[in-house]
Design a protein around this ligand. Sequence first.
Ligand code: PDD
Length: 279
Amino acid sequence: QIAFLNGDFLPLEEAKISTQDRGFLFGDGIYEVIPVFQKKLFQLDAHLDRLRKSLTAISMQDPYSDEQWKALLNDLVNRHPWNDQFIYLQVTRGIQWVRDHTPDKDLTPTIYAYCNPLKPVSESILQNGIKIVTLEDIRWLRCDIKATTLLPNVMMKIAAKEQGADDAILIGRDGQISEGTASNVFIVKDEVLLTPPLSDRILPGITRMIIEKIANDHSIKVIEQTLTLADLEAADEIWLTSSTKDALPVCLLNNAPVGSGKPGPIWLKMQSYFAQAKH
Ligand code: PDD
């Protein structure tokens, strides 16, 4: 595996950063995960746009132009044998020698990217879906920033696994559903697709955006509205969407079956529309 680090391509094992990197010490950085299908970066413009928004939100400038990003990311992808991959890309505020929460001016950002093979979702998940529990959303109020600081997400993922589930859907203190630990949430009710509106509580998922567009193109009605546990419990279908897994059907919610207890018909349709959109 080849990594891109601060302008150079090198073997992944040889990519090293300073212990004084603010990404390491403070989690002071942002990231993107970009899927690659048949060697083509999927929705790259949307990912670069979100990358820029995350950087702006943390008072950083984008180190590269879109053209520079495109050239280097395509170069990175083409150094790997896999047709389907995902790129992990991270930009941190850089190295600072004296510890201080306040960043020094004129730091040089650390820019890092590497590729992983993108495995297809297992047959058993496609047949039987995943198991979800609901958990309190313990995160901050800027979940719209794709920050590398993922400790709450990791803790909630661990808590979900400890309860025997594959993942969790997160509920705010006021009872509103936000998203999954690393995904957005959709439900299907009476053939209408419902998802929480964009806000500072959720990441503006690229897959979420694509699914809304595909649904519109195929006359599936989409409504953005706040959702509660009661909506999840009454749903015909629940999906979790992300760049590395498309839409995953949820078939067990807090140990109760969702709808028929099998991946639903609208999800099946969306799977095939999504597969067409990728190529
Ligand atoms: N996560 N919400 C959160 C909290 C996420 O971490 C992600 C993606 C999403 C879905 O966004 P998108 O459709 O753009 O991938 C929503 C990535 C895959 C990750 O952290 O690995």
